[in-house]
Design a protein around this ligand. Structure first.
Ligand SMILES: [Zn+2]
Length: 299
């Protein structure tokens, strides 16, 4: 069974901001209306404990965050800092933690949010206050649900926070395919594919198909974290890759099928997406969910 993590608290107010915070509710409502999400496969997350956040983040940074202080540690988020936004990051991080645990137990789970891969231990960055992925990995490792983790980061932007956090950690392999000439300042990950501007479906899928099977074979992870970003889409406002909706579906199919055929649990998070029409972003995220459902029932 495919499990979804979602809460009606996956919301906030960012009027006029490029970060489309309303997309989460739109994805949920579409999947619910289509009965892809039911009472049986929906997990309602809770906020993580501060000691869980401390598995990744420093105390000075968490103090700033919980006191809503605008400092050199919080301002690089490029988002406002208020209680609602903090609550949003806490509850969506709770969702990624739940999805990671459910994936370990039931093979596939999706948090209908998450993928905040730019957050560093001691500071926010690029719309990310908490690194939900790194926190979740530390929790499933602590709980002994997984030991070796492979991050497959297909968001348009490099997962610089994750690359930094796991730079000396042989238990977590960071693989990122991203647009080279774009935000952020890159950190050295375990495997970085910096793509040219305008990279198309065919070129993108060639890289993925060439790299991922061997990587899984070599790393032998017992959990894959998949960041299924919608921002490689050709109509993205801040991205410069040229993938179509069909290309993104093929990307998702390849990653999810590879994990499932090898019987490796996969935890999926939505990550970025900044197309002008939010419905385009919702289409891409929903397609990821349909594909996850299909492959969760295949094996
Ligand atoms: Zn992104």
């Amino acid at each position: 069974m495919l499990y979804f993590c979602y809460s009606d608290k996956y919301t906030g107010e960012l009027p006029g901001h490029v970060f489309p915070i309303e997309k989460y509710k739109m994805v949920y409502e579409r999947l619910k209306s289509e009965k892809i999400i039911t009472d049986k496969n929906l997990i309602e997350p809770i906020k993580p404990l501060r000691k869980e956040l401390s598995l990744v983040h420093t105390n000075n940074y968490l103090d700033d965050l919980f006191n809503l202080r605008f400092t050199h540690r919080t301002y690089p988020s490029e988002l406002p800092l208020n209680q609602k936004i903090l609550d949003f990051f806490l509850i969506t991080t709770g969702g990624t933690i739940s999805a990671a645990k459910m994936a370990c137990k039931y093979n596939v789970a999706i948090n209908l949010a998450g993928g905040y891969h730019h957050a560093f231990p001691d500071r926010a960055e690029g719309f990310c206050y908490l690194n939900d992925i790194a926190i979740s990995i530390r929790i499933v490792q602590t709980d002994k649900l997984a030991s070796k983790v492979l991050i497959v980061d297909c968001d348009l932007h490099q997962g610089n926070g994750n690359a930094y956090i796991f730079r000396d950690d042989p238990t977590v392999f960071t693989f990122s395919m991203h647009q080279e000439n774009n935000y952020p300042i890159k950190q050295k990950g375990d495997l970085d594919i910096g793509l040219d501007d305008g990279t198309t479906d065919i070129q993108y899928l060639e890289y993925l198909q060439k790299i991922l099977p061997g990587l899984i074979e070599k790393q032998k992870p017992d959990l894959i974290f998949y960041l299924a970003g919608a921002d490689p889409y050709y109509r993205d406002l801040i991205g410069g890759l040229s993938l179509t909706n069909e290309g993104l579906k093929k990307r998702d199919e390849f990653v999810i099928n590879k994990a499932q055929e090898k019987n490796i649990p996969i935890c999926i998070v939505l990550a970025g997406g900044y197309a002008e029409n939010t419905n385009d972003i919702v289409d891409i995220h929903c397609n990821t969910c349909y594909i996850a459902k299909k492959y969760s029932e295949k094996y």
